[in-house]
Design a protein around this ligand. Structure first.
Ligand SMILES: CC(C)(COP(=O)(O)OP(=O)(O)OC[C@H]1O[C@@H](n2cnc3c(N)ncnc32)[C@H](O)[C@@H]1OP(=O)(O)O)[C@@H](O)C(=O)NCCC(=O)NCCS
Length: 186
């Protein structure tokens, strides 16, 4: 796990985790929703931490930096509008485009911010970009028992177009199975 800054700890302290989604639901506007932004090199540590928290196989900062340098890759972060002005990312998403197709490579939201609409906003931002770039279809693979991710993708109108049995050797999915999902943008 990479080094966490004091600023990062402060941003994670308030509001306490169980209150967050409830406060957002109740007030409709507080805490202020994270805003979508382009990642910079200063975000690599936080992105690596978010990825390591969400997946069994973490990506190093160097791996993420190499990925973001790929001209076909698009990435967004959701920054927290913090009272301390930290603007620390609470989620990120990465896609890769080739010809007229794109693929969702990864998406993760900090556990405290899940269920607040951050994942949907991250993907919608990338889908809008791909639509403007005349991408025809977006594909992804997801473990068949990842209910939150499957719900998010269905919400965005991805449909299941295939299954890869035994795709996750380390046991993700009910028996390591992946669903292949597709969204037609045109
Ligand atoms: C998958 C993930 C990115 C979703 O992000 P999120 O910010 O919690 O999702 P959102 O709040 O934007 O929810 C989007 C939709 O999915 C639904 N959803 C989200 N979590 C859900 C859950 N646990 N169960 C059922 N539905 C869920 C929401 O109800 C919402 O639909 P709505 O707009 O109709 O209410 C997040 O759970 C995560 O980071 N998981 C760990 C990493 C991961 O599995 N990534 C996907 C790899 S393929």
């Amino acid at each position: 796990m990479s080094r966490r800054t004091v600023e990062g700890w402060l941003a994670e302290l308030w509001p306490p985790a169980p209150w967050l989604a409830a406060l957002r639901r109740a007030s409709g506007r507080w805490p202020a929703p994270p805003f979508i932004d382009t990642p910079t090199d200063a975000d690599l540590t936080v992105i690596a931490d978010l990825h390591a928290d969400a997946f069994s196989r973490g990506w190093s900062e160097a791996e993420i930096a190499a990925l973001l340098a790929d001209p076909g890759v698009a990435a967004v972060v959701a920054r927290r509008a913090s009272p301390y002005g930290t603007r620390r990312p609470v989620g990120f998403a990465i896609t890769r485009a080739a010809a007229d197709e794109a693929e969702v490579l990864t998406i993760a939201v900090h556990p405290r911010w899940r269920g607040c609409g951050v994942g949907r906003e991250l993907l919608e931002a990338l889908l809008r970009r791909h639509y403007a770039d005349r991408i025809a279809s977006v594909f992804l693979e997801v473990a068949d028992d990842n209910a939150a991710a499957v719900a998010l993708y269905r919400r965005l109108r991805f449909v299941v177009v295939g299954e890869r049995r035994g795709y996750y050797a380390a046991g993700g999915g009910s028996a390591g199975h992946a669903l292949v999902m597709r969204l037609d943008l045109r």
